[in-house]
Write a protein that binds this ligand. Sequence first.
Ligand code: NDP
Length: 247
Amino acid sequence: MIKDKVVIITGASSGIGEATAKLLASKGAKVVLGARRADRLKQIADEIAKDGGQATYKELDVTQQSDNDAIVELARKAFGRVDVMFLNAGLMPSSPLSALKTDEWHQMVDVNIKGVLNGVAAVLPEFIARKSGHVIATSSVAGLKAYPNGAVYGGTKWFVRDFMEVLRLESAMEGTNIRTATIYPAAINTELLETISDEGTAAAMQNTYDKYGISPDRIADVVAFAIDAPEDTTINEFTVGPANQPW
Ligand code: NDP
């Protein structure tokens, strides 16, 4: 059931996170929005409130453990608990390895990997103590297959797959029954391509997205589906892409 669940969403200031926040709030969830652009979060929270939903927000840099702890604290203060942690913040500054954009490699590791670790560390004690909770993460089709120009991005998303699968297995073994869902989107029309600084990669990706990109609302739909499943059920993995996707 979605109604009244308290859902933290990282990367909620645009794209998939924004679409998911709006959909879940429309179904009665209490959403807690995090990202670095607080002005965008405020605007989205205001829109949700105007439509009769419940939302609060906090500036969050997922690379900082203290920021992740603070947003969990905000959720407890505003709504009493956390039911779902949607670890969605991410960057995709893809490029060929030969371009040696090492700062961007490290940035992707910090946000896409360490951001997930920090978010889980912030919420796991409550989920373990209560023996319930739901962790949802946005991986990528690049977490399932290797793509040229995507060595580091793909690596961070393969990490998410492994991490989420082990979280599911260990939770079952330890009897805490934490539900998990990992989402593997393909081409989704968001602001993600704006993080690509390599001109050749940016142009090729834009061409692909122009042909195949679909709405972030499609990802919001599967997040809602995973949350709405009966409490004794984990619907674990979703690959979501355009119907005309040839790769
Ligand atoms: P957007 O660029 O629209 O959204 C990315 C979100 O991540 C923004 O809200 C951004 O907010 C946030 N973010 C980035 N860095 C940080 C940080 N350090 N701390 C907190 N928040 C941060 O793209 P998408 O909606 O597409 O991306 C969402 C997720 O989906 C990402 O993990 C991405 O890798 C994944 N994905 C996307 C696909 C696509 O085709 N679009 C395909 C496969 C996976 P802010 O800048 O305000 O901090």
